[in-house]
Design a protein around this ligand. Structure first.
Ligand SMILES: Cc1ncc(COP(=O)(O)O)c(C=O)c1O
Length: 432
């Protein structure tokens, strides 16, 4: 399909190229274009739609709220919708997990939450250095960009690398435990690493290629932070809100970060971000970090509605059941194509099928799109297919989507094989 916005919208548009359709309606895990084509959604608004498109409970609450002329915009004044959300968040999410955090509302994007978290850690410790990790993705405003690994997003002219050191994430150096390197660098006064204000990490790197850190690595990093008086910031923007199988992705490891960034699915499709702060380090002066859109009451209303899922004791098991279905099918795809050494990793409902080749993954994404499935790539060269359906997807739709994915992989591998056999007799090309 021709891109109708080519002449109007900036060249920066990205997903419009990946999914060449004009989308129109969506319910649950199905999204429909203006030509009436349905797509199964394994993309999930890059992790913003964990509860599905137009989630029924959120939609009903929003309709009621708008119908009653509820406040829409409020900066950080107190509104009934905000009080409702905060009370429920504390009762349903924080208290049962034994977590004691203050909640800061930031501007509505993930990168806004990261900026606030890092600023607060710097202000409170009176140190400016931050440790981030290889393949990290924390957003694109200049502060957050400095923490983001992939060179594709950088330009030397942004001047954004100040005061950040990237160290190897878990698994980056094969079996070597990279927390030992962090330990050595922190212990050695001659390592060249200034004592950081914070260590920031994603427990599962989403954009970075679905890299899953182990519980022991996280525990070691958390205890190093504690020993050295460094704040541990967990960026749970993509893998929080149940994506990892539990509400917070760090619950599996039993660590308690000093600061947590939450965004994307918290508002169930409505823009909203929060930073959770250990009370002792909440040293902001009133109004010191502001933003016009910290008071999006429509987001408070939909966020409040979907918190109810976490009142259901069977919800985590439902996520796990879907997780098992995905793992099984992805492992079967790998076994079928054993000569291509594909690999699988993930947890909860974020899974990566590593094709070890960006071209092959791109071809698979195109094949999937043409057959009615939305899925995106991740990793340094987009070589990992990120399988990220809604937590609420019906199992039959999940299986249907996985079947489309399998056929898309088969077709991409077969066409690469046939191109390879042709190039043996013609000109050599880069076909992986
Ligand atoms: C882990 C993580 N942090 C931060 C961000 C940035 O969020 P936003 O795009 O809303 O600014 C993202 C976005 O994908 C993310 O995955």
């Amino acid at each position: 399909m021709q891109d109708p916005l080519e002449q109007i919208e900036s060249n920066v548009r990205g997903y419009a190229r990946l999914f060449p359709a004009v989308f129109h309606k969506a319910v649950g895990s199905t999204i429909t274009d203006t030509e009436g084509n349905d797509f199964i959604d394994f993309f999930c608004g890059a992790g913003s739609l964990n509860y599905g498109h137009n989630n029924r409970q959120a939609k009903a609450a929003l309709l009621r709220y708008i119908q009653a002329d509820g406040i829409q915009h409020s900066l950080d004044t107190v509104t009934a919708a905000k009080v409702d959300f905060l009370e429920a968040f504390e009762r349903i999410i924080l208290k049962p997990r034994g977590l004691d955090y203050r909640v800061q509302f930031t501007g509505p994007t993930g990168t806004n939450a990261v900026e606030a978290a890092v600023k607060l850690a710097r202000k409170q410790t009176q140190r400016s250095h931050v440790v981030a990790f290889t393949n990290a993705y924390h957003g694109h405003s200049l502060g957050a960009l400095a923490l983001t690994g992939n060179q594709f997003y950088h330009s030397q002219f942004y001047g954004s690398h100040n005061n950040v050191t990237h160290l190897p994430f878990d698994g980056y150096m094969g079996d070597y435990d990279t927390s030992l390197l962090l330990e050595k660098m922190l212990d050695d006064p001659s390592s060249g690493l200034p004592k950081p204000a914070a260590v920031i990490l994603e427990t599962i790197q989403g954009e970075g290629g679905v890299n899953v850190s182990s519980a022991t690595w996280l525990q070691r990093v958390a205890s190093l932070c504690q020993q050295h008086g460094i704040h541990l910031i967990v960026d749970d923007i993509q893998v929080g809100n149940g994506r990892s199988g539990k509400f917070f992705s760090f619950e599996h490891a039993g660590v308690t970060p000093d600061i947590v960034c939450v965004s994307k699915s918290i508002g169930s499709g409505m823009p909203m971000s929060i930073v959770l702060i250990r009370p002792e380090i909440d040293v902001w002066k009133p109004g010191e970090h502001t933003g016009t859109f910290r008071g999006n009451n429509l987001a408070f209303v939909s966020a409040r509605a979907v918190l109810e899922y976490w009142n259901d004791p069977s919800f985590e098991q439902q996520i796990e059941d879907r997780s098992q279905i995905i793992q099984k099918q992805l492992r079967a795809i790998c076994a079928k194509h054993s000569d291509h050494s594909l690999s699988v990793r993930g947890r909860g409902l974020i899974w990566g099928l590593d094709m070890h080749c960006g071209d092959l993954a791109s071809q698979t994404i195109r094949n999937a799109f043409n057959a009615g499935l939305l899925i995106e790539g991740a990793g340094a060269s987009d070589e990992v297919l990120k399988v990220m359906p809604a937590l609420t997807i019906e199992t039959s739709l999940l299986q249907e989507g996985l079947q489309i994915l399998e056929s898309a992989v088969d077709a991409a591998i077969n066409s690469a094989a046939s191109r390879r056999s042709q190039t043996h007799t013609t000109v050599k090309q880069n076909v992986c």
